[in-house]
Design a protein around this ligand. Structure first.
Ligand SMILES: *[C@@H]1O[C@H](CO)[C@@H](O)[C@H](O)[C@H]1NC(C)=O
Ligand SMILES: *[C@@H]1O[C@H](CO)[C@@H](O)[C@H](O)[C@H]1NC(C)=O
Ligand SMILES: *[C@@H]1O[C@H](CO)[C@@H](O)[C@H](O)[C@H]1NC(C)=O
Ligand SMILES: *[C@@H]1O[C@H](CO)[C@@H](O)[C@H](O)[C@H]1NC(C)=O
Ligand SMILES: *[C@@H]1O[C@H](CO)[C@@H](O)[C@H](O)[C@H]1NC(C)=O
Ligand SMILES: *[C@@H]1O[C@H](CO)[C@@H](O)[C@H](O)[C@H]1NC(C)=O
Ligand SMILES: *[C@@H]1O[C@H](CO)[C@@H](O)[C@H](O)[C@H]1NC(C)=O
Length: 346
């Protein structure tokens, strides 16, 4: 689900919600069939190793210095007020310590319509690169719609959107990795990935802008991920394609473990969760000027739809009532990041 699109998706989710499982099963079958006929056109890209050098490291007490705080109304109709840097710091909704940075939703106010939250956008943008997000805690709980993603907010969907970490409500159905693009980008091709395909046309004007998505395992998000100490999410964005990995805290690749930023090499990381090859999608044409964005939305077009909130996830009452409650429901609605790192190849 795109977080930049102003349209209302409730109706779509009312239709889809009741048959969610069927949709996934059909998507798996369609994905498998499409994968097997891939040789008919285009060819699988050459993902041979590039030489990466560190471009930016965001960690420690200066973590938020790398970002601008977004303060406009939520484009996805969420029940949030996105705070300025000054307000977020003052109310401790963003807090950067030596070892981690926290980004959270207010969990103490009551009797409100929109709850305070945060949405940050990196000051720098990249056309290509290797991005690694070290996540200690992912936000979850009824009413939440958190994400870590890449996009050019001023040129959407022309310059593309890459959703790296995204889930709604309890987040117990697994992480979703999704692309949203302008016309002419599909994934009906051979792919080498471990995830479950949920859509193959990335163009925003198809399938109600569902995008081309891939689900990770059920434990790739939320409470299960947090109990395992979090994990590392990696994205390689290059002309050959876009690939995303997720690594357990306990077993990351040796070139991603330490503070040694020299030359990570995805070719040694094994099969990615999601593979978006350039076979039928000109990546350099569809993706440029990507900022890193992290936010926690509440309710809104996706998490707030009845079909998703109550029918699919079994959350009680209404999303609006939960938001206006005493806030205890949002005590787990926080991101904790150890670091974000970006490498580029010359
Ligand atoms: C990366 O660097 C190595 C050693 O300097 C060199 O042999 C190799 O050709 C380079 N690869 C690319 C893709 O530039
Ligand atoms: C702000 O949040 C951090 C992280 O949760 C916590 O360690 C710190 O004590 C909080 N500061 C205040 C003033 O509440
Ligand atoms: C943060 O990054 C710096 C390098 O820029 C490194 O020296 C430091 O150890 C890092 N801190 C943590 C907690 O990883
Ligand atoms: C897709 O993007 C186009 C071009 O910006 C925009 O006009 C259109 O409203 C978008 N459609 C959807 C369904 O997001
Ligand atoms: C960092 O890793 C590189 C590549 O693995 C290695 O050559 C280099 O010696 C390491 N640097 C330090 C300071 O450990
Ligand atoms: C990317 O941003 C640069 C600097 O603002 C701009 O010159 C360039 O046209 C942008 N590229 C695209 C494809 O929008
Ligand atoms: C806050 O709301 C929850 C859910 O309605 C309730 O269980 C809890 O007792 C409330 N806490 C306080 C301090 O009012």
């Amino acid at each position: 689900m795109s977080k930049l699109n102003p349209l209302n998706w409730s109706r779509k989710w009312q239709i889809i919600g009741g048959v969610g499982a069927t949709v996934i099963i059909v998507a798996v079958i369609v994905g498998a069939v499409e994968g097997s006929k891939s040789s008919e056109s285009g060819s699988y890209p050459d993902y041979s190793a590039l030489n990466y050098t560190i471009s930016e490291r965001m960690n420690g007490t200066t973590f938020f210095d790398h970002f601008n705080y977004y303060t406009d109304a939520d484009p996805s109709n969420g029940a949030v007020v996105y705070l300025s840097e000054e307000s977020a710091t003052w109310s401790n909704l963003t807090y950067a310590g030596e070892s981690s940075a926290i980004l959270r939703v207010d969990s103490t106010s009551s009797g409100i319509t929109n709850r305070n939250s945060v949405r940050i956008t990196s000051k720098n943008q990249w056309d290509t690169g290797l991005f690694v997000f070290d996540v200690i805690h992912s936000p979850y709980g009824c009413g939440t719609w958190p994400a870590v993603w890449l996009s050019d907010p001023d040129n959407w969907p022309t310059n593309g959107e890459i959703d790296v970490i995204e889930a709604v409500e309890q987040g117990n159905k697994g992480n979703q990795m999704t692309l949203h693009t302008s016309e002419g980008c599909t994934m009906k091709a051979k792919r080498e990935e471990t995830g479950t395909v949920s859509g193959t046309n990335c163009w925003n004007s198809t399938n109600d802008n569902e995008g081309c998505g891939v689900f990770g395992t059920k434990s790739s998000y939320g409470e299960a991920l947090n109990e395992a100490g979090g994990g590392l999410f990696a994205v390689e964005l290059r002309d050959a394609g876009i690939r995303m990995w997720m690594f357990d805290r306990s077993s990351p690749p040796s070139d991603l473990t330490s503070t040694n930023d020299s030359s990570p090499d995805p070719s040694g990381w094994g099969t990615p969760v999601a593979d978006f090859p350039s076979t039928h999608c000109d990546i350099s044409d569809h993706f440029s000027n990507q900022s890193i964005i992290a936010n926690i939305d509440l309710c809104g077009d996706w998490a707030g739809s009845t079909a998703v909130y109550s029918t699919e996830y079994g959350c009680s009452g209404t999303c609006a009532d939960l938001v206006s409650g005493n806030g205890t429901a949002f005590e787990n609605a926080y991101w904790e990041f150890a670091s974000f790192r970006v490498w580029t190849s010359s």
